[in-house]
Write a protein that binds this ligand. Structure first.
Ligand code: ATP
Ligand code: MG
Length: 466
């Protein structure tokens, strides 16, 4: 039985060159540590009870090649340490083979990880490396193999290719002596070339880093993307349907933290469902906030004051305005929706344009004074209150089928399809407008005191941490 001593995590370095690299790596270490801290401690008999688990705020790793493993209270307790070294992140395990599948599940959901491997610590001494590699693969079933060495310790006396050859030769010799070769060879073990560089049955990876050496046989795909938190934070309009949770997923994938805003009618069930969805999405980040905004009174007002065919347009316009107001106060950089072109009546290009006009007024029609709205910046010269907040639609070019498949993969689908009373399906007109005209909408909006509705809605808003 092989005891894995470490997990080696690799990330794609493209896009993180130069000044960003340090920030990227630190964030990834913190995300891994915090996730392990929370999820490993939760549900393992060896771990401390949940009440003792304290999520640590940030790591204090100072140098890129920091050698010390950083522990949080809980991970230290179960013998896990995380450190970054020479372009990889190394997780030290102490005899926790039984947790392998749990580790795998967690790491597969941490954005920024390109791939990871359960590894065994060996020594840089070539003789020990040869022996350890042989011990690692001798019980595997294979006809052909290769050795792939990566060497970030440039003072090491052998090149990567020399290590490949020395270990490869050693394994070949062992295979010749081994009692089993006959089983694999087609026509006599000795003529059979067991090394296949292009398409081997088994690949023995060796990594020589700092003063250590690690060996492993398998690279497991991570989710790719960027570490969550490296790209700012977004406010996602979360409806309870299939699309918006998937939209949140794609923002997280690019390193954007996501919090949520939900507009609800009378039904408390929709609120429970949306919180559940937000919690599922939290597996890609540590936690989130949700703003729940009562919408029934607003809908009644819209129904009373505007033509039925434009109702959905007005629901969406007011939602965007309320979300924008909260985003401004809470310093979110963007709003996110789950819209895709042509998916439903409200999502034609014409309607998307007319809906978005609520927060980004069309220049020909707008009151000129709005255009002079000043962009303000904070002390770090970042945009802040007063600037128009972009509305991003990560699913704009997706087919419904693709969205459904992704929703199933990330685990939101089953919850999304539970029946609930959406605030918009409840008061939906029979024939909604599919090609709204801005002039018409503006005219109809004169009967609606939008500013008052927005002010009322955000008067006592608060958020819940999930
Ligand atoms: P979804 O599956 O996300 O509900 P959808 O295809 O049903 O999307 P719509 O109902 O037209 O489309 O909603 C478009 C987008 O508007 C949603 O993806 C979501 O971002 C936002 N939205 C709709 N209803 C709500 C709501 N009650 N609260 C918050 N956001 C909403
Ligand atoms: Mg919907």
């Amino acid at each position: 039985m092989i005891h894995h001593t470490h997990i080696i995590c690799h990330y794609n370095e493209i896009g993180i060159k130069g000044g960003n690299r340090d920030y990227f790596e630190k964030m990834l270490v913190d995300n891994i540590k915090n996730k392990l801290d929370r999820d490993i401690s939760n549900g393992f008999e060896h771990a401390r009870p949940r009440t003792n688990s304290k999520i640590i705020k940030s790591s204090k790793i100072n140098s890129r090649n920091s050698l010390d493993y950083k522990h949080s209270k809980v991970t230290a307790n179960i013998g896990v340490g995380v450190k970054r070294i020479s372009g990889r992140i190394i997780i030290r395990l102490t005899n926790k083979e039984q947790m392998k599948s749990k580790f795998e599940l967690i790491l597969k959901n941490i954005f920024g990880i390109a791939n990871f491997s359960f590894a065994i610590e060996s020594k840089q001494d070539i003789k020990i490396l040869q022996e350890d590699c042989w011990n690692l693969i001798k019980n595997e079933k294979f006809k052909t193999f290769r050795v792939t060495t990566q060497r970030s310790e440039k003072n090491y006396p052998l090149t990567s290719q020399q290590v490949n050859e020395k270990v490869g030769d050693y394994i070949c010799k062992k295979l010749e002596k081994d009692v089993r070769p006959v089983k694999f060879a087609r026509s006599g073990a000795k003529q059979f070339n067991r090394v296949n560089l292009k398409n081997p049955d088994i690949n023995c990876f060796i990594e020589i880093v700092d003063k250590q050496a690690f060996i492993y046989l398998e690279k497991i795909d991570g989710p790719g993307g960027m570490p969550v938190g490296t790209s700012g934070k977004a406010l996602v309009l979360l409806s309870g349907g299939i699309d918006s949770p998937v939209a949140a997923y794609y923002m997280l994938k690019r390193g954007v933290r996501t919090d949520f805003i939900h507009f609800h009618s009378t039904s408390p069930a929709s609120v429970g469902k949306v919180k559940e969805l937000a919690k599922i999405i939290n597996k890609f980040q540590l936690n989130s906030k949700i703003f729940i905004i009562p919408f029934t009174e607003i809908q009644k007002e819209i129904m009373a004051q505007t033509p039925p065919k434009l109702r959905v347009i007005f629901y969406r316009r007011v939602m965007l305005k309320i979300a924008e107001a909260i985003a401004n106060k809470e310093k979110y950089l963007v709003l996110v929706t789950g819209e895709a072109v042509g998916q439903v009546a409200s999502q034609t290009l014409e309607n998307i344009a007319v809906i978005e006009d609520a927060v980004h007024p069309h220049t020909n029609l707008v009151n000129k004074s709005l255009l002079n709205k000043k962009t303000t910046t904070d002390k770090n010269n970042r945009i802040g209150v007063g600037v128009y907040i972009p509305v991003l639609r990560p699913l704009i070019g997706f087919d419904k089928e693709e969205i459904i498949n992704k929703a199933k993969e990330i685990g939101t689908y089953e919850t999304s399809i539970l029946p609930h009373e959406d605030c918009c399906t409840r008061f939906i007109p029979k024939h909604p407008e599919t090609r709204a005209k801005l002039t018409e909408v503006k005219e109809a909006e004169k009967n609606l005191n939008v500013e008052k509705l927005v002010k009322e809605a955000i008067k006592n808003y608060n958020s819940e941490k999930l």
